[in-house]
Write a protein that binds this ligand. Structure first.
Ligand SMILES: C[S@@+](CC[C@H](N)C(=O)[O-])C[C@H]1O[C@@H](n2cnc3c(N)ncnc32)[C@H](O)[C@@H]1O
Length: 375
């Protein structure tokens, strides 16, 4: 989870038994897996025996036993941990976390106070930011959550950087021994404004405060408390992320040109559809004529000659006229097609395009930052 002097000297790390691996199936589908020599990872692409992963560098592509499906084997980081951890509470996500770490101005050696610990999502990033010589003191009033968080920090190699204490911070404030020692305080509590006086006593002059609140009413009360307790440069922000997908697509760029005519395949399909329709009409016409002949002249269809007065000569003339009309229409259509064929038409071109894709959350909450000024 953390870079140590040893890992910096040997940046390509190999996967060993007992290691935590983040198995990546897609940016929105990752899982935390503890490697066991006889373990298997199963998904819809197949079975991936853990023993095939041993000794391979993190960042490798693992292929399923059958079928050719693959996953990526990633080294755990605080960011990936946030994507795979078990939610015991609402958590902070990477967009808010990155702003918190940046605006609390955290650096190696810094001391941070946090409450509540919740699922420990933010705590992992706080710990990495202050490593190797800083410390995160995190306070949670829910006994089981505090215990589970402490266990996970230990398992993820953060035990020396994080201390979890069970305590009601809204009622009791931070412990007195923290007064004047904190470079930063972070609150994710229902009533952060109640803790502002205690935070003011703990943060050294020029240190930073941040509270995360889902509702704007909490923000108003927190800002009032900050103003009354020696904080300045008070700023509230909402962090929204828009992810874009970049891909190659066929696009028409010359919109002034007439649309391209049907393709040869489309023309063939239209011709055979027309032929089928004509055949159906002919059969239907033949059946109607046969029925009319069987029932006598009274049964002639509408539009025919009811008294049988139209002679053979008349019908021949009519047929000839229809044929001529048909030929003229066909000739005009062909001339139009030839004319169109000579004009430039819209030609799709391969282009690189991008579009926003739904990813991450919309509103999660407001971050309120403030700087402690010297009295
Ligand atoms: C939303 S969760 C914090 C999530 C955390 N920021 C994360 O990223 O995983 C809020 C936590 O505050 C704890 N909490 C609520 N009131 C508290 C209080 N008065 N003192 C200490 N912890 C409290 C809750 O038990 C809960 O675990």
């Amino acid at each position: 989870m953390l870079h140590t002097p040893e890992s910096a000297a040997q940046p390509v790390r190999s996967i060993a038994e007992g290691d935590l691996v983040v198995v990546y199936e897609g940016y929105d589908n990752m899982k935390a897996v503890r490697v066991a020599a006889n373990g298997n990872y199963n998904n819809k692409y197949g079975t991936f025996p853990h023993k095939d992963w041993l000794g391979r560098p993190y960042g490798s592509k693992a292929v399923a036993k059958k079928g050719g499906g693959w996953v990526l084997l990633l080294a755990p980081t605080p960011e990936l941990w946030t994507a795979v951890l078990r939610h015991r509470t609402q958590i902070l996500y990477v967009a808010d976390i990155s702003m918190v770490v940046a605006r609390l101005e955290l650096r190696p050696g810094a001391v941070v106070l946090e409450s509540g610990t919740g699922s420990g999502s933010l705590t992992h990033s706080l710990a990495r930011a202050v490593a190797p010589t800083g410390h995160v003191w995190t306070f949670e009033f829910h006994e089981q959550r505090a215990q589970m968080a402490a266990k996970e920090f230990e398992e993820n190699g953060l035990g020396g950087l994080v201390t979890v204490t069970q305590r009601d911070i809204e009622e009791g404030g931070f412990p007195e021994e923290m007064h004047g020692r904190a470079d930063g305080v972070f609150l994710d509590l229902p009533k952060p404004y109640k803790v502002v006086p205690s935070a003011a006593r703990c943060i050294r002059a020029d240190g930073m405060f941040c509270a995360f609140s889902p509702c704007i009413e909490q923000v108003h009360r927190t800002c009032e408390a900050l103003n009354a307790n020696g904080f300045r440069d008070i700023r509230t922000m909402e962090i929204l992320v828009r992810q874009h997908e970049v891909s190659r697509q066929m696009l028409i760029t010359d919109l002034d040109a007439p649309p391209a005519g049907p393709t040869k395949k489309q023309q063939r399909q239209a011709q055979s559809a027309a032929a089928r329709a004509a055949k159906r009409q002919k059969i239907a016409g033949g059946e109607a004529a046969a029925a009319a002949a069987a029932e006598g002249p009274e049964a002639a269809p509408a539009g025919g000659s009811p008294e049988g007065t139209a002679g053979a000569g008349d019908s021949q003339q009519q047929e000839q006229g229809e044929q001529q009309g048909e030929q003229q229409r066909a000739a005009a259509q062909q001339a139009q097609q030839e004319q169109q064929a000579q004009q430039p038409v819209q030609q799709p071109q391969r282009q690189v395009v991008h579009k926003p894709v739904p990813f991450g959350r919309g509103h999660t909450g407001y971050l309120t930052f403030a700087r402690r000024v010297a009295a």
